[in-house]
Design a protein around this ligand. Structure first.
Ligand code: C2E
Ligand code: MG
Ligand code: MG
Ligand code: MG
Length: 278
């Protein structure tokens, strides 16, 4: 019993210790060197069509392996990057890296889509559209191949600036997705009025669907509502085969999640594309 206690208290202590070591303050103090020190990398998670199972593209997700803090997850460092303004520089790095990888897939003979997360804060500074278009031009990638993902809360902060940037991007052919749908507090009128192409249903709505009829109905309503507004629907967080079957039946367009594939390195993603890409 004492041994049990010991183990438990150690297990309890470790996360707190880690928490300390990776406090917002410590993160902020070393984050600004991360680009220069080449501590960032992107991983890619496949997105597949539910109609035919074909690979549609991938979402680029940022990873940070800090020389002083070790691996820090985006949920911890992205908010710090946003608060300190470092997200502008980091976001520009992500865009360039993701579009460069997309160009590589093109050279391999696979025309796929790349989704990139863009923070609300990046939209408030009016160069996002310029940044995106410059990256596409620099790597000679068609705008139609890029999907910009932003969360519902992006609309709440300076909605008019955000909308202006989105319109500019869409005029050129860049696709826009609303991420984590259902977790923020955007109203239907925002969704209707904003320039969007895709809606990503948050995984918290997807996970209960195999055992809850109410949740299945809710997801069905989200899908029908999106289609009524002319938006395609992506389900996030598919963790089991049952989810996939149900979502197909409900008319969902695309899926992404651990059941299909975990986010992977550029190299592994290229192997995946060679195997499964069209
Ligand atoms: P997100 O954009 O909603 O990305 C999806 C997150 O869900 C990723 O977490 C992904 O690894 C995880 N995920 C995918 N499939 C499953 C699944 O089946 N089950 C579960 N439990 N999780 C799954 P990750 O990579 O830790 O990123 C977390 C969040 O950090 C992202 O959420 C996004 O909001 C933000 N983020 C990541 N990369 C960037 C970036 O380059 N720029 C910005 N601004 N934000 C980023
Ligand atoms: Mg996303
Ligand atoms: Mg999401
Ligand atoms: Mg998220």
């Amino acid at each position: 019993f004492a041994k049990e206690m010991g183990r438990n208290s150690i297990a309890f202590y470790q996360p707190r210790h880690l928490d300390d070591r990776q406090s917002r303050y410590r993160i902020a103090s070393v984050l600004h060197q991360a680009i220069e020190q080449e501590e960032f990398s992107l991983v890619y998670q496949p997105q597949v069509s539910l109609k035919d199972g074909q690979l549609v593209g991938a979402e680029a997700l940022l990873r940070w392996d800090s020389s002083t803090l070790g691996k820090v997850t985006p949920d911890r460092f992205i908010p710090v990057a946003e608060d300190t303004g470092m997200i502008d520089e980091i976001g520009a790095w992500v865009l360039d890296e993701a579009v460069s990888e997309l160009a590589r897939w093109n050279r391999m003979g696979h025309t796929l889509k790349m989704s990139v997360n863009v923070s609300a804060r990046q939209f408030q500074r009016s160069e996002v559209a310029d940044q995106v278009l410059a990256a596409l031009e620099h790597h000679a990638v068609a705008p139609e191949q890029l999907v910009v993902e932003l969360t519902e809360t992006s609309f709440m902060h300076s909605a008019s600036a955000t909308e202006r940037e989105l319109v500019r991007l869409r005029e050129k052919g860049v696709r826009v997705a609303i991420d984590d749908f259902g977790t923020g507090y955007s109203s239907l009128s925002y969704i209707r009025e904003m320039s969007l192409d895709l809606l990503k249903i948050d995984r918290s709505f997807i996970q209960p669907i195999p055992h809850s009829e109410t949740d299945r109905n809710l997801v069905k309503a989200m899908i029908d509502m999106s289609h009524a507004m002319g938006l395609a629907v992506v389900a996030e967080g598919i963790e089991q085969s049952e989810d996939l079957e149900i979502l197909k039946e409900l008319g969902c367009d695309q899926a992404q999640g651990y059941y299909i594939a975990r986010p992977m390195s550029g190299e592994l993603m290229r192997e995946w594309i060679e195997r499964d890409g069209c």
